[in-house]
Ligand binder design. Structure first.
Ligand code: UDP
Length: 337
């Protein structure tokens, strides 16, 4: 049994990872400012410290307790469009919070640090699928902020011996297959929940952002990876870090689905149409983003359990049907013993 600090543990990917850690018997402490996170997404019995990472005194007091074996850092600003309106805030907050957190971890004698990174590091890629050797040239302030944070962690390893992992997520999607957790953002900007909301009449009709891309059906291709598979990857890279190695890994299913294919999958799973209209391209959207996860597979044995788009959509659909208002005032989830 080990003890982990999870920032953003009340958020979408973070909460699925907390559940996975608790289920394998680890001790977890969550720190989350609850700006995007939900108290009800934190399993009963897991301490939740409601604080912002910019509050360095609060962070220091968390590290003053019993030693953590590792830090998993999910909390961040993560909207590409917003980052192009507020680039300096994105870089200042994401980089500052990550590196001051790493500094606190180093001072407390913690040796393992995992951060959420992104496909946005690659901008418009030269070739598909995207492996770790592709040039890093973010096309947004969000992507740049994650690259700067990764580079800061490189220095923390070189100077302080802090082992670190960055997992570059492609499109996180789906929900806990047992229905305990799901995706609940405000505002929601992601394709799958927006399409589901439109189909259920819980949100406006979907706008398809562009049909003139150089792809088979003219809409963008993205690599949707199940959030439970992402959580599993975090557990696996913790083992790599514990063995004294660091790494940077891309993570996705290795297959791209178009916006039109996602709409068709939601209609298939939900058994009803997704009201939608065709709109202009969204600024900064590359035509295709598909990951090679070969390095992650080779280093950790990871393979996606929910690789099929229909499985991903089915778990997201089930959660939304059960929770039309998202977390609302739900009670905290019960982790299986
Ligand atoms: N998308 C869309 N309409 C929407 C939201 C997204 O057509 O209302 C498209 C978007 O252009 C992209 C894909 O769906 O090609 C996935 O977008 P999302 O925002 O979910 O994730 P991103 O790829 O930006 O990380």
């Amino acid at each position: 049994m080990a003890r982990f600090l999870v920032t953003g543990g009340a958020g979408y990917v973070g909460s699925h990872c907390v559940l996975a850690l608790v289920e394998r018997g680890d001790d977890v402490v969550v720190i989350d400012n609850l700006r995007q996170g939900h108290r009800a997404a934190v399993p009963a019995g897991v301490p939740l410290i409601e604080a912002d990472l910019a509050d360095r005194a609060a962070v220091a007091s968390v590290f003053a307790g019993p030693r953590f074996d590792g830090v998993l850092h999910f909390a961040a600003l993560s909207l590409v469009g917003e980052s192009m309106r507020e680039p300096l805030r994105y870089m200042a907050e994401n980089v500052g919070n990550t590196l001051w957190l790493a500094d606190a971890a180093v001072r407390a004698g913690c040796r393992s640090f995992v951060m959420s990174s992104t496909a946005a590091l690659f901008g418009t890629p030269d070739t598909i699928p995207i492996d770790e050797g592709q040039p890093l040239r973010p096309a947004s302030a969000y992507g740049e902020s994650k690259l700067m944070a990764e580079r800061g962690l490189d220095w923390a390893e070189r100077v302080h011996g802090l082992n670190s992992a960055a997992l570059r997520y492609f499109n996180a999607a789906g929900a806990d297959p047992a229905g305990r957790l799901g995706e609940d953002h405000d505002p929601e900007t992601h394709l799958i929940p927006l399409a589901i909301n439109a189909a259920l009449g819980l949100g406006p009709e979907l706008t398809v952002f562009g049909t003139d891309y150089p792809t088979p059906d003219g809409t963008c291709l993205r690599d949707y990876v199940h959030v439970t598979d992402l959580a599993d990857a975090h557990l696996r890279v913790l083992d790599v870090l514990a063995s004294g190695r660091s790494g940077r890994w891309n993570i996705g299913n290795g297959r791209g689905y178009s916006v039109k294919e996602v709409i068709a999958a939601v209609e298939r799973i939900g058994g009803r149409p997704v009201p939608h209209r065709i709109g202009p391209r969204r600024d900064g959207d590359p035509a295709a983003l598909v990951a090679s996860s070969a390095k992650l597979a080779a280093d950790t044995g990871w393979t996606p359990r929910f690789a099929a788009l229909d499985d991903i959509v089915a778990t997201a659909w089930a959660w939304r049907v059960a929770h039309p208002r998202g977390y609302g005032d739900r009670r905290p989830v019960e982790a299986a013993a």
